[in-house]
Design a protein around this ligand. Structure first.
Ligand SMILES: [Zn+2]
Length: 224
């Protein structure tokens, strides 16, 4: 058994049935089932993480964590990061996702304790092909929010109900959240997750994403 210990092994058998509200606040008709499928260790250039995979029946989400075998009542440093293939894997400079993920992994390793919840909701929840469609609209002069709206989506289609199960499985009760996005804190709080502190994550600004970051600040409530 890995360092995570007996408690996680027990919790890995945990299945949760939740009825998350839809984007419009109405309960969804069929409850999602979340499962922690499996875990192992993942050595990275930032240090060694424990990796746990969760399945909500539609997507496989990932938790990278370290130091959680010595949990006490202190809040834990957590990054809730939504998948960005272009930024996370290809080093895209259209956004700041890649540097944010790297910085979060480094900060958590330097604290010796924390978790990244890597949620598979690409492109603020609209999917990869729609994100690239939105990029094409941005190439024509629209900003990131206008592009999403033109495609018939909300500015942000992400949901966070899977975080509840992931944090519960990892044994994390209180969170110091690495984010610049107050709406994310509100979404997690609404799910009953206690966020004790916002830890800013200011990395990854470059000449290609200055307008994008400015739009997130001026139109989507992100903080500097
Ligand atoms: Zn991105």
């Amino acid at each position: 058994m890995l360092k995570l210990g007996r408690n996680l092994a027990v919790r890995l058998c945990y299945n949760a049935r939740l009825k998350p509200p839809s984007a419009h606040g109405h309960p969804m008709e069929s409850p999602l089932t979340f499962k922690a499928i499996t875990h192992s260790t993942l050595p990275t250039k930032f240090g060694v993480f424990d990796i746990t995979v969760f399945d909500d029946g539609e997507h496989e989400h990932v938790a990278l964590s370290t130091g959680l075998h010595q949990l006490d009542d202190q809040p834990v440093l957590v990054r809730v990061h939504s998948e960005c293939l272009t930024g996370d894997a290809f080093g895209s400079m259209r956004c700041d996702c890649g540097p944010q993920l790297s910085a979060a992994m480094a900060m958590i390793q330097s604290e010796g304790r924390g978790a990244i919840l890597y949620l598979r909701q690409e492109g603020r929840g609209i999917g990869l092909s729609n994100k690239i469609r939105a990029y094409a609209l941005q190439d024509q002069g629209h900003d990131t929010l206008e592009a999403n709206l033109l495609l018939g989506f909300a500015g942000d289609e992400r949901t966070y109900e899977m975080c509840q199960v992931m944090l519960d499985t990892l044994g994390i009760k209180r969170v110091r959240l690495l984010t610049n996005n107050p709406a994310k804190i509100n979404s997690l709080s609404a799910l009953g997750i206690e966020v004790t502190e916002r830890v800013p994550l200011q990395v990854g600004e470059n000449p290609f994403n200055m307008v994008y970051l400015q739009t997130k600040r001026s139109k989507m409530g992100h903080l500097s």
